[in-house]
Ligand binder design. Structure first.
Ligand SMILES: Cc1cc2nc3c(=O)[nH]c(=O)nc-3n(C[C@H](O)[C@H](O)[C@H](O)COP(=O)(O)OP(=O)(O)OC[C@H]3O[C@@H](n4cnc5c(N)ncnc54)[C@H](O)[C@@H]3O)c2cc1C
Length: 1004
């Protein structure tokens, strides 16, 4: 069974050409936006705000002195993000020392905040005296001093946080709101009721990772709605306070791939909130999140709207936030209006610019998407905002627009537009932001303003606080420029209505433009248009049978390859490289077909298949470039009358033996490297996955590899592999697989007479992740689940051993247990599947036996449920063990071993080194110097800090280990090709025939 056909997209393709999208947004805007009038309105606001600067302790003031782009601003942000959640004093001290140590808080400020700069500088300078210089032991006096410094820093960050959070509980927040309303009313000399100030409460926290998290958020939202309803201060959702909710907080799998679960589990949960909100007749708005959930959010909104139409047809308070930075924003507005009209509802739409811009750009680059789903120029976002505003106002019969922005120019333009049309609307700002501008705006008492008011404890506000720090500190942001008096008012209020001539950020395909290499294009699986070809390919694929080679076939192939080596080696380097580039391009064009084969033959999930084909494409292109850059003849210096050159060429017949877990990428990488260096290649794929290999060999032949330079020899390792390695004509072996087989190959080669044959071996590892108590548990658990369980743990880079600091171990372990419960184990051809089967019956039995042993010897943390009857499924599982040394074996499956640690992290890395393997290591810490110290001490090939530890990218993270994990050089790295080459130094005495003509002619 394959994935059901994807639902029809409501919105256009997200990766349309930005400038074309802009051109259509601009149509009609010039007639509707009177920008010079907006400037006339906004200029006095800006002037008034600048005349009454924020107090010195306010975030704006701090970030003016230390913008996020400076080391100091960055240090502040890092501390703000992590310090409050660190449970133990040692780590808190190390973190504070690490961050404060990096910064020079003595900015030579000549501005109005010179005072602040010098006060902070001397305070921090003094504080630093008490902090240890490195992440190590400090004396008692230093420790006592350091604790005081840390306590003061914690307090300072709490104060910063308080600026953006209205209260720790809904009760406290409502009290603050009442006080603010009263103060505002008295300033306006109006009664409290019509002071024009409304609130929308938001319950803070990270997105849910477990069902328990989601239930906690649900209860907290419910509690807040009841409290708001009970204290309702005005009639109707426009005038009363309301609530904002995040769907990712209510369901840990709020993802496009989990559409069915979203419908079955999330919708009823949101309905539980809608019922009391509708009964109380208050505004409930669904916040906007990342772009890969945009279509899904509309499905949710649509389904809930039709239910509301039946149950609460009179309610006018249901709302959705729309992000203008999306290239599809205008169509989102149209779609929301259509949904409202169909259901005869009047809905509320909060128009924002968007909070995840940096994340959207990074995701698109990582996945190699066809473009960005968001605009790449700030003023394009502004244009889109105005175009969406116009559309919202035009749909006033079904939409109540809520314009959320702190940008004075945007606010003035919107108010102008709305007033010209006589439309009802409100403005919105975030608590702690844009206060100055809105103080001015609200002199016009006809303009209603709602404050988005986060509620939560210190621990919950950190992620939110960082967002606000970024917004206040980023150079592109209006609020930052407003507080910077060096920015001229005309520049601050410059019209956005002139689209740029080119995009602001080169597309993901150009990520490696500096090296001249084209990045492979990926697939956005959340986009139906991009996913459909994959679904069709999977449905149409049948795995062909590949004939096994006989010993005679091996002999004949080796003879042929031996003959074929000389002409191929003599083929100019540029031609060999061109063949690889053609192969890479052909593979890119046939990506869906290869994905279909990978799903069916290797039982990989769709996401893994796409990543694997991309890796193979990247290998072809990268090695082509590397060959041309590194394998050319080099002229060497020497005495006059002599020429010296270094030539690199192929060694002969290279035997490439690859594994089943990356039957395309590793196969392609080995073969492409060997070929481009001038070798002929005997390629032996894994017994389980010959069809993918055969298809790729056909593709290489079509791309121009001569038939005598490449042979596929499928068969058991014990016979075919062994015969190839033992063959006298074998000039080199490249192997990826288990350490045990690598040893066997090594011994066979050592026993051979004749030339000593090089072996490149890439083997397994007991890969660890070290987590200290400054790490964010949610991020840790995301990285752990991806690293340990994705691909059913069948990656050589996969996480096997999680070493977590005792200070946060209980929380992390609890979250891993909950996250395991949410994994979807089943048929890999289904989009919803997170974890597919293991490769074969042997693997299934071996892993099952290990799990059975662990059940008896270790403490079970948790395991994923398995509802599917698909064969060879192993439930991802985690166990706790007492010591690192208890993990003695690499288990190639979805099994995680967890160990707690305390004390010095150096002892942990020493124990990991002692295991003897050295492939991948994960480090999760906010202490930068600690991450570097651990990485330096690790005898490990690939170290990943604060992310998952799988999915090495060609040319970006060259891959391969040391010790028991392999010989090197690293695949996908700059030193790889040399190992496939023989070298020749060619020295010619150019003075031999009669003398040194060049010297005498003065050509030296
Ligand atoms: C009440 C309220 C509720 C909000 N709710 C949400 C929500 O649910 N979901 C959400 O995502 N956001 C939400 N936001 C928006 C967000 O958090 C920011 O506050 C907002 O984007 C800042 O916009 P601005 O008009 O005040 O500032 P401006 O400085 O005028 O604009 C900043 C915007 O420009 C974008 N930008 C920066 N550089 C570029 C570039 N090179 N190319 C393109 N765009 C760029 C930024 O991402 C940001 O969106 C909300 C904002 C408010 C005020």
């Amino acid at each position: 069974m394959s994935s059901p056909p994807p639902p029809t997209a409501r919105l256009p393709y997200p990766y349309r050409e930005e400038l074309m999208v802009l051109a259509s947004l601009m149509q009609g805007l010039a007639d509707n936006v009177d920008w010079p009038a907006a400037v006339r309105t906004a200029r006095p606001w800006v002037q008034a705000v600048r005349d009454k600067p924020a107090p010195f302790w306010a975030m704006e003031s701090l970030l003016r002195e230390y913008p996020i782009s400076s080391a100091e601003g960055l240090a502040l942000m890092r501390l703000a993000e992590a310090l409050l959640r660190v449970p133990d004093a040692e780590t808190a001290i190390a973190l504070t020392a690490d961050q404060l140590g990096k910064a020079e808080f003595d900015a030579a400020s000549g501005g109005p905040h010179k005072m602040l700069a010098s006060i902070s500088a001397s305070a921090i300078g003094l504080s630093k005296k008490f902090l240890p210089e490195s992440d190590g032991d400090a004396g008692l006096f230093k420790r006592l001093g350091a604790q005081t410094v840390v306590a003061a820093t914690v307090r300072a960050i709490q104060l910063l946080g308080r600026q953006f959070v209205l209260g720790r509980s809904i009760k406290e927040a409502m009290g603050e709101a009442a006080a603010a309303r009263k103060a505002h009313a008295s300033a306006q000399r109006s009664s409290v009721g019509d002071s024009g100030l409304r609130f929308s409460y938001d319950m803070l926290g990270e997105g849910a990772r477990t069902e328990a998290d989601a239930q906690r958020y649900l209860a907290s939202y419910l509690n807040a709605i009841h409290a708001i309803a009970a204290a309702k201060n005005a009639a109707g959702p426009e005038a009363a306070d309301g609530i904002s909710i995040k769907l990712s907080a209510l369901f840990s799998r709020y993802e496009d791939a989990q559409r069915e679960r979203v419908v079955n589990e999330l919708l009823p949960r949101v309905w539980q909130l809608i019922e009391p909100a509708a009964r109380a007749d208050i505004n409930l708005t669904i916040d906007a999140e990342e772009s890969d959930r945009l279509e899904l959010s509309l499905d949710v909104f649509d389904a809930l709207s039709s239910r509301i139409a039946a149950a609460f047809p009179q309610w006018r308070g249901f709302g959705l936030a729309v992000q203008a930075y999306q290239t599809r924003a205008l169509q989102v507005v149209d779609e929301v209006a259509r949904i409202a009209r169909t259901n005869q509802l009047r809905v509320m739409v909060r128009l924002v610019k968007g909070a995840y811009w940096d994340g959207e750009i990074k995701r698109a680059q990582e996945l190699g998407l066809a473009g960005y789903p968001v605009f790449t120029h700030k003023h394009h976002t502004d244009i889109s905002y105005l175009a969406c505003a116009r559309a919202l106002i035009a749909n006033a019969d079904v939409i109540y627009p809520q314009f959320a922005t702190h940008n004075a120019g945007t606010i003035a333009a919107i108010i102008g537009m709305a007033q010209a049309k006589g439309a009802a609307y409100e403005m919105q700002r975030l608590h702690g932001m844009g206060e100055g501008v809105y103080r001015e705006v609200m002199h016009d008492t006809t303009i209603p303003v709602r404050v988005y008011a986060p509620v939560g404890e210190h621990r919950d506000l950190l992620a939110y606080l960082v967002r606000r720090l970024l917004e206040n500190g980023a150079n592109s942001s209006f609020v930052h420029q407003l507080s910077d008096h060096a920015v001229d008012v005309d520049a601050l209020l410059a019209s956005p209505l002139t689209p740029a001539a080119a995009v602001g950020i080169a597309p993901p395909a150009a990520l490696y433009a500096a090296t001249g290499r084209v990045n492979s294009t990926g697939v956005d699986l959340a986009c139906t248009e991009e996913r459909a070809p994959l679904d069709r390919a999977v449905a149409a694929t049948a795995v062909p049978t590949v004939a096994e080679a006989s010993p005679a076939d091996v002999d004949a192939a080796m003879a042929r390859l031996h003959r074929g080596f000389t002409p191929w080696n003599a083929t100019p380097l540029a031609e060999r490289a061109a063949v690889l580039r053609r192969a890479g391009d052909a593979l890119a064009a046939r990506l869906p077909e290869f994905c279909g084969l990978l799903v069916k033959e290797a039982h990989k999930t769709l996401g893994d298949c796409v990543a694997e084909v991309r890796e193979a494409i990247d290998f072809c292109r990268y090695y082509a470039d590397q060959a041309e850059a590194r394998l050319q003849t080099q002229a060497l210096p020497g005495p006059t009358g002599e020429s010296n050159e270094l030539h690199l060429h192929g060694r002969g017949v290279f035997v490439c033996i690859s594994p089943w877990n990356f039957p395309l990428a590793i196969f392609a990488g080995q073969v492409a490297a060997a070929l481009v260096a001038g070798n002929s290649v005997a390629a032996k794929p894994a017994e389980q996955t010959p069809a993918v290999a055969q298809r790729f060999v056909e593709l290489l032949l079509q791309a121009g590899v001569p038939a005598d330079a490449l042979a596929l020899l499928h068969g058991p390792g014990e016979t075919i592999g062994a015969a190839l390695v033992a063959d006298a004509r074998t000039a080199g072996v490249c192997f990826t697989g288990s350490t045990a087989v690598a040893r066997l190959i090594n011994r066979t080669l050592a026993l051979k007479d004749g030339p000593i044959v090089p072996l490149i071996a890439e083997t397994g590892g007991i890969n660890a992740m070290i987590v200290d108590s400054s790490a964010l548990p949610e991020q840790v658990v995301d990285a752990v689940v991806q690293s340990a369980f994705r691909s059913a743990g069948q990656r050589c880079s996969a996480l096997r051993l999680l070493c977590v600091h005792e200070g946060i171990a209980d929380a992390v372990i609890e979250m891993i247990r909950g996250a395991l419960q949410e994994l979807n184990v089943g048929d890999p051809s289904l989009l919803a599947t997170d974890v597919g089967p293991v490769i074969d019956a042997d693997a299934f039995e071996g892993i099952s036996a290990h799990i059975a042993r662990l059940r008896a010897q270790a403490t079970l943390i948790g395991e994923a449920p398995v509802g599917s009857t698909f064969p060879r499924l192993i439930a991802p599982v985690a166990f706790e063990l007492p010591r690192i040394a208890d993990v003695t074996q690499e288990i190639f499956g979805p099994v995680l071993h967890v160990v707690r640690w305390g004390g010095d992290v150096s002892a942990v890395i020493a124990q990991i080194n002692a295991l003897g393997y050295g492939l991948t290591l994960g480090i999760q810490t906010r202490i930068d110097s600690r991450a570097l110290r651990v990485a330096a001490a690790a005898r490990i090939g690939n170290v990943y800090v604060n992310r998952n530890m799988i999915g090495a990218v060609v040319g970006v993270q060259p891959f391969g280990g040391e010790g028991l994990s392999g010989t090197g050089p690293k695949a996908g790295g700059p030193h790889y090709l040399y190992r496939f080459c023989a070298e020749q130094a060619l020295t010619i005495n150019t003075a031999a025939a009669g003398g040194n003509a060049a010297l005498l002619a003065g050509l030296h």
